[in-house]
Design a protein around this ligand. Sequence first.
Ligand code: PLP
Length: 389
Amino acid sequence: MPIKVELADRLKSLPPYLFARIDEMKEEALSKGVDLIDISIGDPDLPTPAHIVDAMKKAVEKPEHHRYPSYAGMLSYREAVAQWYERRFNVKLDPAEEVLSLIGSKEGIGHIPLAFINPGDVVLCPSPAYPVYSIGTLFAGGEPYFMPLKEENHFFPDFSSIPGDILKRAKMMFLNYPNNPTSQTASVEFFKEAIEFAVRHNIIICHDNAYSELYFDGKRPISFLEVEGAMDVGVEFHSLSKTYNMTGWRIGFVCGNKEVIAGLGKIKTNIDSGIFQAIQEAAIVALRSDEGILDDIRSIYQERRDILIDGLSSIGLKVNKPDATFYIWAKVPEGYTSESFTIHLLDKAGILGTPGNGFGEPGEGYIRFALTVSAERLKEAVERIKKAL
Ligand SMILES: *Cc1c(COP(=O)(O)O)cnc(C)c1O
């Protein structure tokens, strides 16, 4: 007689999985043999550069890497991170105390509320957004307060619209620029405003900078930590996933305020045992890569961006041309919702995008396309969308 397996309330209380119906439709289309162009996934289609794979092959042979890794990450990895931050952003970090390795940035983002949030505390989360900010908050017993990112506000939150009783309970805030899904990039002025706000209300800022290296037209995004006062109020999450086509390797890091890093570190020492050191060795090689490698990756995405932007604009869709990220955030045509347009494209054109409201209510009216298929496939996608409209 099997026992009755019942999920914990925290799982039962999760918001409904909006993509379930779309997933079903995708499976159905594939089983019918539809030549699907799937531009719904934020996962690079390009392989990890060969010199990084080679470094991994060598590192995996070394017996010293076969044992438990250090919790915080090898010091040599954290030093490579600090050097990369200095080179790229002119930000100086103490590798021993201001850098912590993560098993992908998702792991750190998902766990950080456990270090600072008590039941009833509020975490300010952007919306639409990467879902992990609010889910990590819920898992810690916290209460997400959603800050809508509106186009008329350049997809920045409006801090002045947050009610006073929420501010009293707010302990932490997530921000993410270059932004997934809107592709908006931040300005120094915006980060300054966020830092002032955080100081005034005693709020920890967690900035997610996963897309800082996926930029176009030479417009390099900034780091939150470049801005004066940032180190006093928060941390920045980063990842090798998108930068070096390493999503499957599961390695990232967080850097910034020492006390915040130490708090997250304490959670992690109790639930994980770090990253396979061979992966850290390969990541050191990645962080020291010649910039030309990244230029090549960027130019591939830029060509794809231009094809999709030009194509979608020419058929009358309203799209924002992104300066960074591999996402296009497009308004759905009149008469459609996010979901109905996604389904229409899947049905009539064999194209899978992501409905904007899946990232949160304020994403309604948009669809997200990812530039993670070849230029040829994107050209084909534009032709098919044209016929389907
Ligand atoms: C892809 C992504 C990440 C990175 O995830 P990893 O766990 O480092 O692979 C973090 N934040 C956002 C917004 C992302 O889209």
